[in-house]
Design a binder for this molecule. Structure first.
Ligand code: AMP
Length: 367
């Protein structure tokens, strides 16, 4: 038995989670199994995480009075998505222990800070340039070359806030389509287009004593920029898998993370591994761990945040996870007619196109 870590929360403690989506829901379920209560804070009523937690605050992220009451009612605060306003987590960090710390969120909220952080650790990414004007954009495209991708530095996810720029593309149109997004407009980044062989991710957990445990690299297939399927393990050579794993561990350590970090990477046709994005929280590409691993990513997240020793990440089998997007959720009963399919439904009322409504995992013999 590993010794209990200093500062471990005992069963009965309350974990405050900012964000009330499916990641919060599955984390709250894992927390409940360890005897914790979760207090969910988010702006929407009847949200996926709130449905499974009896302590909830429905309030805006800038509601200072509600945040203060929330902080006073919990033993630790974490977050389940990274687009929480930075000022909110910074304010909370003065009122309650915050894991991971605010600085981790600051880096992971901004594509330029994220890539700069990778560069400082000598971790490769696609070439990039921050751009603040149409002039900058013209120079960056000339420098980096087409095709390239223009992205908002912040608040982008699932391909929102991105435009592909090809030779001869109308740069003014691309700029004005994205530059006005968000309050007061957002900074932008141009990235070289990576002609990747496949996309992979590694999820690593880091405990308060610095111990790390990671899951096997997985392969992610996107449709319309949204994760569609995760294949476990990724079909990559061992040396590529080892490199991806040490990149993820290096980033978690460099960030002094306590919690979970998902690192999305491109594997190029000549075997290079380039970091695309970081997410300091449970990740869609780790949902398979619920059904296939000794410790799921959600339990591992809760263990790290609660100051517990980490659990084993070994898998019982290989797996394939399929997201159920929009009206794909309508096949829930058909999925259940396969006794081996593990269905997860998130409790969202409205199946808008592309919305993550649930997922299904199918296990396979271990390779
Ligand atoms: P992101 O929001 O950065 O994770 O991008 C969503 C998806 O768009 C990625 O998973 C890739 O499939 C694609 N994508 C993003 N950036 C690039 C790039 N620089 N080169 C090629 N494809 C990209």
């Amino acid at each position: 038995m590993p010794p209990a870590l200093d500062g471990a929360l005992a069963p009965g403690a309350v974990i405050g989670i900012l964000g009330s989506g499916q990641l919060g829901r599955m984390s709250a379920l894992a927390a409940a199994r360890l005897g914790y209560r979760c207090h969910i804070y988010g702006p929407e009523p009847d949200a996926p995480a709130a449905q499974v937690s009896n302590l909830t605050t429905v309030a805006a992220y800038d509601d200072e009075a509600a945040l203060a009451r929330f902080a006073a009612a919990v033993d630790v605060v974490t977050f389940e998505f990274e687009n929480i306003p930075f000022a909110t987590v910074e304010a909370l960090s003065n009122l309650a222990p915050l894991r991971p710390k605010a600085e981790v969120l600051r880096v992971c909220q901004d594509r330029i800070l994220e890539k700069g952080f990778c560069s400082r650790l000598d971790i490769p990414t696609a070439s990039y340039a921050g751009v603040g004007s149409i002039d900058d954009l013209t120079h960056a495209v000339a420098d980096i070359g087409a095709p390239c991708v223009l992205k908002t530095t912040r608040l982008g996810y699932d391909g929102k806030g991105q435009a592909l720029i090809e030779a001869g593309s109308d740069l003014e149109a691309a700029w004005s389509a994205l530059a006005g997004r968000g309050p007061g407009g957002l900074g932008m980044i141009v990235e070289a287009f990576v002609d990747f062989e496949l996309e992979i991710s590694v999820i690593v957990a880091r405990a308060i004593d610095g111990t790390m445990r990671s899951y096997v690299p997985v392969e992610n297939e996107h449709r319309n920029h949204i994760l569609d399927r995760t294949l476990v393990p990724a079909r990559i050579a061992n040396d590529v898998a080892n490199r991806a794993d040490s990149i993820a561990r290096g980033l978690a350590e460099g960030l002094d993370l306590v919690g979970l970090l998902a690192v999305e990477m491109f594997v190029t046709k000549n075997g290079k591994v380039l970091v695309n994005e970081l997410a300091p929280r449970p990740h869609n590409s780790g949902h398979w761990t619920l059904d296939a691993c000794v410790t799921s990513q959600f339990e591992q997240f809760i263990r790290a945040v609660a100051g517990l020793p980490l659990g084993a990440t070994a898998r019982h089998g290989d797996a394939e996870m399929k997201n159920l997007l929009g009206d794909e959720i309508e096949s829930w009963l058909e999925i259940l007619s396969d006794p081996d399919a593990k269905l997860h439904v998130y409790g969202k009322a409205e199946a808008r196109p592309g919305r993550k409504m649930g997922h299904v995992t199918r296990l396979k013999p271990k390779s």
